[in-house]
Design a protein around this ligand. Structure first.
Ligand code: HEM
Length: 250
């Protein structure tokens, strides 16, 4: 593990040194490097800062758009009533045109469906933070350096927060937005929270809406008898055997 960690560290640093210096090529890598150099850090600390941030950006690129789309399509196939609602909404808003940014913003039912899908199948099952100084969390003393893991699945499956239908697919619970859906604010955080929340959240929502609206407006979906339901936690929560759908032209 330690050898693998070292190899990845070296690979990233080599790439950073190869690409990171070019002034004409102002990109996110350069911003990370500048951010590190503008702090009072040793060379080792600068290298770690750059490598950690590169990893942090590469990790979310790992199928983060595709997997929530697959779960949402699976749920729409399983719940034809919601599939019909989404289709009717998309057909009315788009009226035969490709979805524009303004049209995506009007797709309220599709937004509710995606939120509910991300509640039942969140991308990861936890959010993590490290205490940068000794701190108090509620009544608990948290010493500097301790990692805190917030188990999202426990929060998203709690009937005291979501009500008795917590295990059901009910996008209607998001009819009044996220705050109206659960009894405790800040519990539902599909894209995280605070300064390190998801950098790609608006892109991801737009991407999901474009993909699903185009598919659902052209095809009806049902689950294939071959589908085997088996969510597994790899880097993210994925369908172990994929999702087999039967697709018919509308
Ligand atoms: C539906 C799809 C996605 C979901 C549910 C999602 C969710 C998340 C979550 C929960 C975090 C951790 C936030 C925290 O700790 O507070 C995160 C971080 C991040 N996401 Fe996403 N993400 C998605 C798609 C994407 C995409 C498509 C990109 C890039 C184009 C992206 C880029 C990032 C980056 C760069 C971070 C790290 C931010 C930082 O540490 O400052 N995400 N995402």
């Amino acid at each position: 593990m330690w050898r693998l960690e070292k190899e990845i560290h070296t690979l990233i640093l080599n790439e950073v040194n190869r690409k990171g210096g070019a002034d004409s090529d102002k990109n996110i890598l350069q911003m990370i490097i500048e951010g590190a150099k503008n702090r009072d850090l040793s060379q080792d600390e600068i290298d770690n800062f750059v490598v950690d941030n590169c990893k942090n950006i590469c990790f979310p690129a790992y199928e983060n758009g595709a997997v929530p789309a697959i779960w949402t399509l699976m749920l729409l196939a399983l719940y034809p009533k919601w599939q019909d609602k989404v289709r009717a909404e998309v057909l009315e808003i788009c009226d035969g045109q490709s979805p524009s940014f303004g049209m995506l913003n009007k797709m309220k039912t599709l937004t509710m469906v995606i939120y509910e899908s991300l509640r039942l199948y969140p991308l990861g099952c936890m959010l993590t933070r490290e205490a940068v100084r000794d701190t108090k969390f509620g009544g608990i003393d948290v010493p500097k350096g301790v990692s805190i893991w917030v188990m999202l699945m426990a929060l998203y499956e709690d009937p005291d927060i979501w009500g008795a239908d917590v295990d059901e697919f009910n996008p209607g619970r998001f009819g009044d937005g996220i705050n109206g859906a659960c009894k405790v604010p800040h519990v539902y955080v599909p894209f995280g929270t605070g300064p390190r929340s998801c950098l790609g959240q608006h892109f991801a929502m737009a991407e999901l809406k474009i993909l699903i609206s185009l598919i659902v407006s052209n095809f009806t979906l049902s689950l294939s008898p071959n589908y085997r339901h088996s969510p597994v936690m790899n880097l993210i929560i994925e369908p172990e055997f994929g999702v087999d759908l039967l697709v018919r032209k509308v």
